[in-house]
Design a protein around this ligand. Structure first.
Ligand code: 13P
Length: 252
């Protein structure tokens, strides 16, 4: 059985102090909570990671992720942060290919394939995002779009490496809009994504793959989404910025 993974992507929100306070509040809310079948991840801005992780280590309930990274270990890449640096400070997960990175920073599947390999080479776990825009959904081509994102971004990986990857399906039209994919729409896509892995890598790898849903996940819709057979948790944006809301989603 796949455990549930609940990841909070803070995007470019919070100060360091607010971030530390948020983790403190999460830990207080999770006290006495058995997380044996759940992994909780917070994904703050890179600048916050060291302080937030120091706080998170006290209770040991919350894992740390980064929102992006460069593909080289080090070098003359002003403004960038490498997988090695993230590993060094205790990060475990790296989000790659978030739709905001694809849209505003022109990251494409080819670049993301390189980044994914670099992250895995540091024994970090990539959370690889995919998802269609509203236009692509309305044109009926949404499955092709997601298939291409998965094939070009991930399917160059060995079976050993692919089994470490987490996929996040985040329909762009559902991100920050309050318009969640219905459980049926999300399940259809998660099932489709799993079938792509089954065809390429076999049933065992597909059955063990975690596929998270992202896009306006809230405490009041998380339970229905997470109870779909192919939805293994969520990548949460806005609702991850308030401890009460994020706890409500974790406990859904
Ligand atoms: P919202 O939950 O705010 O829609 O954001 C989703 C997201 O982009 C998480 O990565």
């Amino acid at each position: 059985m796949r455990n549930k993974i609940i990841a909070g992507n803070w995007k470019m929100y919070t100060t360091v102090e607010e971030g530390v306070a948020l983790v403190k509040a999460l830990d207080a809310g999770l006290a006495g909570n058995d997380l044996a079948n759940k992994t909780v991840i917070v994904i703050p801005p890179a600048l916050h990671i060291v302080s937030v992780l120091a706080e998170a280590k006290k209770a040991g309930k919350v894992h740390l992720g980064a929102q992006n990274c460069h593909y080289e270990k080090e070098g003359a890449f002003t403004g960038e942060i490498s997988p090695r640096m993230l590993k060094d400070v205790g990060v475990e997960y790296v989000v790659l290919g978030h739709s905001e990175r694809r849209q505003y920073f022109k990251e494409d599947n080819g670049l993301l394939a390189v980044k994914t390999g670099a992250v895995l080479a540091e024994n970090l776990i990539p959370i690889y995002c995919c998802g269609e825009t509203l236009e692509q959904r309305e044109s009926g081509k949404y499955k092709e779009v997601v298939q291409q994102q998965i094939e070009e971004g991930l399917f160059g990986l060995s079976a050993e490496n692919i089994s470490k990857v987490i996929v996040a399906y985040e329909p762009v039209w559902a991100i920050g809009t309050g318009k969640t994919a219905s459980p049926e729409q999300a399940q259809e896509m998660h099932h489709f994504i799993r079938s792509l892995f089954a065809t390429k890598y076999g049933q065992d790898i597909a059955a063990n793959l975690h596929i998270l849903y992202g896009g306006s996940v809230k405490p009041n819709n998380a339970k229905e989404l997470f109870s779909q057979p192919d939805i293994d948790g969520g990548l949460v944006g806005g609702a991850a910025l308030k401890a009460e809301d994020f706890l409500g989603i974790i406990n859904a």
